[in-house]
Design a protein. Sequence first.
Length: 246
Amino acid sequence: MSGKSVKLINDDGLRLDGRHADEIRPMKIEIGVLSRADGSCYLEWGRNKVLVGVFGPREVHPRRSQRADTAVIRYKYNMASFSTEDRARPGPSRRSIEISKVSREAFEPVIMAELFPKTAIDIFVEVLQADAGTRTAAINASSIALADAGIPMKGLVTSCAFGKVDGQIVLDLNKEEDNYGEADFPVAMTQDGEITLLQMDGNLTPDEIRKGFELVKKGCKEILEIQQAVLRKKFETPVEEPEVET
Ligand code: ADP
């Protein structure tokens, strides 16, 4: 959010990557890509590439982290050192700790953790390539990986950001828009539209926020349809029965 004067929307209303204000970047998803994880997902969203592995419900180490009444949900967001233009410093940072916390909280209302007391459900996110919107990409991928792991959930969580670029409210900011735009508001919501994550970077008027929410609802609906289609495809594919000799 430097506010530097770079023209990000042309006279036809198109953004640098050719999108209209209300368009999300193209999304590509693969499910079940990690054989050691209970559930996994690889997701590309524009130039973002994220990989998520879900483990559990499983025994908790250290034991003192156990809870007698529920599973503990742990979410770890990590950026590979080669994921950004400048080398990202390896290991946890203030930013990655914050993203891990708010992303875990984005899932707490939907994961039925009370069914698995004394266990842990671990969600590991590796950002392989970052181009703004990695926390939202990671939440969308985590939702699919959790479903792939068979973790009972009240529904999927979808996530997308809106922001302000060249004075206009737009959906799903890319890196140039994030760098030179005026505001970035990542949002996550349940299938029923309950907001489970809302962060703000920059200033918007109440009217602009209202408009942004209209866009983000539309974006999340599109993402939910993509997530559902991927899961349907995976779980509707009939498992081939081995031929039995008689
Ligand atoms: P998000 O990726 O969720 O939008 P930010 O708004 O914090 O999160 O970051 C925007 C983008 O800035 C990231 O997607 C990434 O491209 C870049 N970025 C973030 N942290 C770093 C870092 N430590 N080093 C280099 N680039 C970074």
